[in-house]
Design a protein around this ligand. Structure first.
Ligand code: ADP
Ligand code: MG
Length: 462
């Protein structure tokens, strides 16, 4: 059992960064595993560590330990300190994305007089209750996708199967997938729905292989009625995962279970996708979402403003919509900034104010990018400190993080290769040059990596 705990630490280290393990999880010790009750008993040195772990890492514990112990869900009980955390998965019934804390039934054997808390965490990605059909604004750019998604909820597995929705980032694909899930939950009681991003599918599959649990992994899908796979392009170039997915697809399809995919391109555009899978993606209905028209943007602005009881003049709405937002996520972000600025400075929202806020945003984009903000963004994603990046460590992840740092520094600041090298503790600029070449090649060849770097860039610029 200790072996499993070590495995768990390794996975966390890869997924959340070694600092999480070094700082927090190494402080915890594994006590024992109760296979009957499916409880993992842990000891924490003090309340602080315990609370921190409870509030930050419960989902990691839940998803990985349940898999490692080959059970649907595990309970985690801390047997030291004055609180015990118990994690119970609601693998079937939950529609909630929150972690509810409710009083637990005590486990008298280990926890005689102690106060105990139970946290319920869903084992799989939950369906987001905020995304419905009702708050999805329909226009020419998305009406087909909307109609198809809606139709799926009326004739589950019978009409468009699979339904494949593709389009650029921030155009509402995830929103529609969750809307399907919510609508089906509202209309039917005993329907098993799973929403999952494809990269999560990939990760879970890799772990299943590692621990020889592929049959268990596959069997988790067999009772589903609806499978919603978001960002399916993430399975590009992952041969073995595609193979597993192919079988899951066939099993569900043959039983008339509904499958819905979203992707950033059409099936033909997904690199390294096995032909037989590509053809299956095309079996049902393939539909796209395009960038919204001006009218749709205005309708979306109206909708979002009314949600926040924000009054906007026609002129302002028109002005905001006419600015070149490439996607709805950006549009939403700008609306929030505009209304926050107006509220904070106590000014009415006029075209002038909007212009100022949006221009200001652009300006800061140009000037405020410095090494520090790049390092900060990297830390959020890779969990390496500046010292790690400057070290001579050559671990795969660390080298990658360092190369991405160099690439972003070159791209987003006007510093020289030499300055970048020096900042990252490199003696000469050839290392930086080499990093740039590697990253650029990666961007060309690996779509997932491209999206990842792109996202980092957006975060740094926003
Ligand atoms: P994608 O998955 O395509 O990248 P999302 O579904 O995450 O995009 O959408 C980004 C944001 O824009 C979400 O907050 C979503 O609610 C909102 N959004 C997208 N399309 C619409 C729409 N047609 N009506 C209302 N909100 C939308
Ligand atoms: Mg999405």
């Amino acid at each position: 059992m200790i072996g499993i705990w070590e495995e768990f630490l390794k996975i966390v280290s890869q997924e959340a960064g070694s600092h999480v393990v070094n700082t927090w999880l190494n402080a915890v010790s594994f006590s024992h595993w109760d296979s009957l009750e499916k409880i993992v008993y842990l000891k924490a040195p003090n309340n602080f560590v315990q609370e921190w772990i409870k509030s930050n890492y419960l989902p990691l514990f839940q998803s990985h330990l349940s898999r490692l112990f080959s059970v649907d869900s595990v309970k985690i009980v801390f047997i030291d300190g004055s609180y015990e955390a118990q994690i119970a998965s609601e693998s079937k019934s939950s529609t909630s994305t929150e972690i509810d804390i409710i009083p637990a039934v005590a486990n008298p054997e280990f926890l005689p007089a102690k106060k105990m808390m139970v946290s319920r965490v869903q084992n799989r990605n939950p369906i987001n209750k905020n995304y419905h059909f009702e708050n999805f604004v329909v226009g020419p750019s998305n009406q087909l996708a909307y109609a198809a998604a809606h139709a799926v909820t009326e004739k589950i597995g019978r009409l468009y199967n699979p339904l494949f929705i593709y389009g650029g980032s921030g155009l509402g694909k995830t929103h529609l997938l969750h809307a399907i899930g919510n609508e089906i939950r509202r209309n039917y009681s005993n329907v098993e729905i799973l929403y999952q991003t494809a990269d999560r599918f990939v990760n879970e599959f890799i772990n299943a292989i590692r621990f020889d649990k592929v049959p268990q992994f596959k069997s988790r899908y067999k009772d589903l009625d609806v499978l919603l796979i978001d960002d399916v392009q993430f399975i590009s170039n992952k041969e073995q995962t595609q193979e597993a997915f192919f079988h899951i697809f066939n099993m569900l399809y043959d039983n008339h279970k509904q499958i819905v995919f979203s992707s950033d391109t059409d099936p033909a555009g997904i690199n390294g996708l096995a032909d037989r899978l590509r053809s299956r993606f095309e079996w049902g209905l393939v539909t796209d979402i395009q960038s919204p028209t001006l009218e749709t943007k205005i309708a979306i602005i109206k909708h979002k403003a009314s949600l926040h009881d924000q009054e906007l003049s026609e002129e302002v709405m028109h002005y905001v919509a006419s600015r070149s937002f490439s996607n709805i996520r950006e549009l939403e972000g700008s609306l929030i900034r505009i209304s926050a600025f107006a509220a904070l400075t106590n000014q009415p929202i006029t075209v002038d104010l909007v212009r100022k806020v949006l221009a200001k945003n652009k300006e800061t984009k140009k000037t405020a990018v410095d090494f520090k903000s790049i390092i900060k963004a990297l830390q959020r994603h890779y969990h390496y400190s500046l010292a790690d990046l400057r070290s001579t460590g050559r671990g795969k992840q660390l080298s990658l993080a360092r190369q991405v740092a160099m690439y972003l520094m070159k791209k987003l600041t006007n510093k020289s290769l030499q300055e970048i090298g020096t900042f990252l503790g490199r003696k000469d600029h050839t290392t930086v040059l080499h990093a740039l070449q590697k990253v650029e090649l990666g961007l060309k060849e690996d779509k997932t990596f491209y999206q990842h770097v792109n996202q980092l860039e957006q975060e740094i610029l926003s």
